[in-house]
Design a protein around this ligand. Structure first.
Ligand code: HEM
Length: 538
């Protein structure tokens, strides 16, 4: 790579990082002993059997055997870049986070990804794209772990394993949905109709972006910002690309996918290397923090809903510039660990049940993926703020901790760490009211409307965009083997728009159902009263 290369810590590549593994003029083993030969095993005579004694052979092969770590369970294929975020200061009224201050510059690392494909899959497939940003702020790491589509398939994280199982390659043949049978994906999204909105965005041109540099990004959930006086505002985060939003047409995506499956990662790296640094403005839609957490009748805790920009314009708060390619894919792009719980003072989560589940999932999966609890010490994950935690030992511990009393308070270590208040930069969760109620497995009634916003999206499309959407549904549903799934999908489309439904039905050679035909759910969740539990008990 050219001059734009930096080390995982965000510093220009100099001696320090590469010296760990590649210092000195001589080839050595892992202990630093110089080697005279790395091409021949130690044998009993030139044609003889290989000796067990050959430690260099065993070290070399053993290390190689363990080179791979598990790929991410989702978003396995990605490409990333370093950059800088500069705050405009325009958010200072509503958010005390230091990195949003005027002209404050914060190093960032951004990883773009597809969701469903494996690490070696093609970039250009129809899918959602991840847009995850790690801000190394002076107050700790803030991760904005978003997508290029502003809504999500499900309203509750408990369904995440289900939607991903339905979308991943078939368990029997391991053939990806994107290339073969599509029954499980369409089965899921037509039985869980809250997926209709996200699916429609996927079937639109947004599902096949031209470039990572030309995608919007969305935090999806509603977050809660806190100002210096403790006042709160609900927001949705948006990334707006300076290059505009562009897509491929389907035929183009097929050709680029065949000719260059690395199309998007190459495009990103080449642009940065050429000095054409991609930029995005970060913006927020703001909503008063009312007890209902609704805005213009839209439930802000429902991640399948947007708030139209006509109702709440996106207000720019800072500029992101990606200006350096990673110097090592594994050390940076593969080992980076994002988490919705990496928050800094001034930014808090809401009760969106999808976000609440994500707060658990990321750390849990990274314990396996990155081999134990110490991955925050990896250079790419290291905060740029001072760390003085009480976390000790564990697999892959590389810190040598001092002191004898890793607990607080203690009277032994001659200066036990201070605790801070909000005024000294402590992260204090907003003591938001928790609605009283019964402990139940239920969604609120405000989560029930699955079709109004998909209809708005469809009606906002130009004629050519509609043509693309019809073609996408026709093509993708045409890959289903099960007639019943195609018929159910048409009933869902009829609830979005009659014309959309009729055109796809024609493409599939099936009759269009009448609007409002019931969607048969083979196994609806029973109401609480039906499962034999009442409160207070009888
Ligand atoms: C990974 C976004 C919902 C579990 C990711 C990544 C992104 C992302 C961008 C890739 C991060 C990277 O580049 O390393 C989203 C968005 C969601 C969502 C925008 C909804 C609005 C969920 C839910 C769960 C989940 C509900 C589970 C309950 C995971 C896991 C990974 C992941 C396990 C892999 C993380 C790793 O191995 O480091 N997600 N996700 N996601 N997501 Fe989500």
């Amino acid at each position: 790579t050219g001059p734009a290369t930096v080390s995982p810590t965000g510093q220009p590549t100099g001696a320090s990082q590469s010296d760990i593994a590649q210092g000195g003029a001589y080839l050595t083993d892992a202990q630093g002993t110089r080697l005279h030969d790395t091409d021949h095993s130690l044998k009993a005579g030139p044609r003889g059997p290989v000796l067990l004694q050959d430690h260099h052979l065993r070290e070399k092969i053993t290390h190689f055997d363990h080179e791979r770590i598990p790929e991410r369970v989702v978003h396995a294929r990605g490409a990333a870049a370093h950059g800088v975020f500069r705050g405009y200061g325009s958010a200072a009224q509503i958010c005390k986070a230091a990195f949003l201050g005027k002209d404050v510059e914060t190093p960032v690392f951004v990883r773009f990804s597809t969701v469903l494909g494996s690490r070696g899959s093609a970039d250009t497939v129809r899918d959602t794209r991840g847009f995850a940003t790690k801000f190394y702020t002076s107050e700790g790491v803030f991760d904005l772990v978003g997508n290029n589509i502003p809504v999500f398939f499900i309203q509750d994280a408990i369904k995440f394993p289900d939607v991903i199982h339905a979308g991943k390659p078939h368990p029997d043949r391991e053939i990806p949905q994107a290339q073969s049978a599509h029954d499980t994906f369409w089965d899921f999204v037509t039985l869980h109709t809250e997926a209709t909105h996200h699916t429609l965005w996927n079937m639109s041109d947004r599902g096949i972006p031209r470039s990572y540099r030309m995608m919007e990004g969305f935090g999806v959930h509603t977050f809660r910002l806190v100002d210096a006086e403790g006042g709160t505002t609900l927001v949705k985060f948006h990334w707006k690309p300076k290059l505009g939003v562009h897509s491929q047409v389907w035929e183009e995506a097929q050709i680029t996918g065949g000719v260059d499956p690395d199309f998007h990662r190459r495009d990103l790296a080449d642009a940065i290397e050429a000095g054409a640094f991609p930029q995005w403005e970060l913006g927020v839609q703001t909503f008063p923090d009312n007890p209902e957490q609704t805005f213009e009748g839209i439930d802000l805790l429902d991640p399948t809903k947007i708030v139209p920009e006509e109702l709440a314009p996106v207000q720019p708060v800072g500029l992101l510039t990606l200006n350096a390619n990673p110097s090592n894919y594994f050390a940076e792009t593969e080992q980076v660990a994002f988490h919705t719980g990496h928050l800094v003072p001034g930014i808090d989560v809401t009760n969106d049940p999808l976000l609440q589940g994500r707060m658990f999932s990321y750390l849990d999966t990274q314990l396996t993926r990155l081999g134990g609890p110490n991955f925050a010490q990896l250079p790419i994950n290291r905060t740029h703020a001072p760390v003085n935690d009480m976390l000790r030992d564990g697999m892959h511990q590389t810190a040598v901790h001092r002191g004898v009393a890793p607990y607080r308070p203690n009277s032994l270590d001659g200066g036990c760490p201070f605790l801070a208040g909000a005024g000294d930069g402590a992260y204090v969760e907003v003591p938001a009211e928790v609605a009283a109620g019964r402990k139940v497995r239920e969604a609120p009634a405000s989560f029930d409307d699955h079709f109004t916003q998909p209809r708005l999206f469809w009606l906002s499309m130009t004629p050519v965009e509609r043509e693309h959407i019809v073609a996408a549904y026709t093509f993708e549903l045409g890959k289903c083997y099960e007639q019943a799934i195609k018929e159910r999908a048409l009933k869902v489309l009829a609830r979005i728009d009659t014309e959309l439904c009729e055109q796809v039905a024609t493409g599939l050679g099936l009759p269009a159902p009448a609007a409002g035909e019931p969607l048969a759910d083979p196994s609806p969740s029973p109401a609480l009263s039906q499962v034999g539990q009442t409160w207070p008990p009888d």
